[in-house]
Design a protein around this ligand. Structure first.
Ligand code: ADP
Ligand code: MG
Length: 235
């Protein structure tokens, strides 16, 4: 499965909005199956960098390479958990996930089974038929994670997925996420405010600073931690 995971690389990525430089000459590389966190203060350009890496926002100069090939359109083999979970209020939890399957042209019956399997793993199977407004923040976040995983993408990007949650819910979802990652070994880019969370979850932490947005430090995490068997030991 690790062989299915994608590698992603940024080369001298610059993004300006008018005269303002939000991302200033950032280069980075995320290997297949690696779990990398991006941290930094509000406004330093984390979301912008993620959207560029996903091919959703055009860059000003530089390039994104996915599996070595230059990215010039939105990545499709990717699941994204956006900063505000962006669920549709008028669809049930399950239908929010199935809509994503439909948009991606997946056959519906297997997609429904997979959605329920993800809901089971994330502990929200009992809430499949509820509407987002009937769910807690943590449950909505789990629906959003299930939606990002419905097509079994080889890469997952999450933008402060636990931002608005209380500490206990954070810890629970974080644990579920770790298990999911352990099972699948996807390549993950995880954005967070919390250094503790970043170190707890990732192989590497990229530290950004604002004005202009740059990667100013990189922390290699060497905590002894379970790791998906198919990825082998830490390099
Ligand atoms: P972060 O996710 O780290 O909080 P963002 O990537 O959202 O930071 O934003 C980085 C900077 O770029 C901020 O100063 C923000 O105001 C600015 N910015 C982001 N998107 C736009 C946009 N579409 N137009 C103008 N400025 C933007
Ligand atoms: Mg952001």
């Amino acid at each position: 499965k690790a062989a299915d995971a994608a590698s992603i690389e940024g080369k001298n990525v610059v993004k300006t909005f008018g005269g303002f430089t939000a991302v200033d000459d950032i280069s980075f590389a995320i290997g297949k199956g690696e779990f990398v966190s991006l941290i930094g203060p509000s406004g330093c350009g984390k979301s912008t960098l993620m959207l560029i890496a996903a091919g959703l926002q055009p860059l000003s100069t530089g390039a994104i390479l996915v599996n070595g090939a230059r990215l010039d359109r939105p990545l499709t083999d990717i699941g994204i958990v956006f900063q505000d979970h962006l669920l549709l209020d008028f669809r049930t939890a399950l239908d929010n996930v199935l809509l994503q399957a439909e948009i991606r042209g997946l056959p519906m019956e297997p997609a429904r089974a997979r959605a329920m399997e993800l809901f089971e793993k994330l502990g929200i199977a009992h809430a499949a038929d509820r509407y987002p407004k009937q769910l807690s923040g943590g449950m909505r976040q789990r629906v959003s994670i299930a939606r990002a995983l419905i097509h079994d993408p080889s890469m997952l990007m999450m933008d402060e997925p636990f931002g608005a949650l209380d500490a206990i819910t954070r810890t629970q979802i974080r644990h579920d996420l770790e298990l999911l990652w352990m099972e699948t070994g996807k390549t993950v880019l995880f954005i967070t405010h919390s250094l503790e969370e970043a170190i707890g979850l990732s192989d590497r932490v990229l530290v950004m600073s604002p004005s202009p947005g740059r990667i100013v430090d990189e922390i290699k995490v060497e905590l002894p931690r379970p790791r998906p068997a198919h990825l082998g030991d830490y390099p």
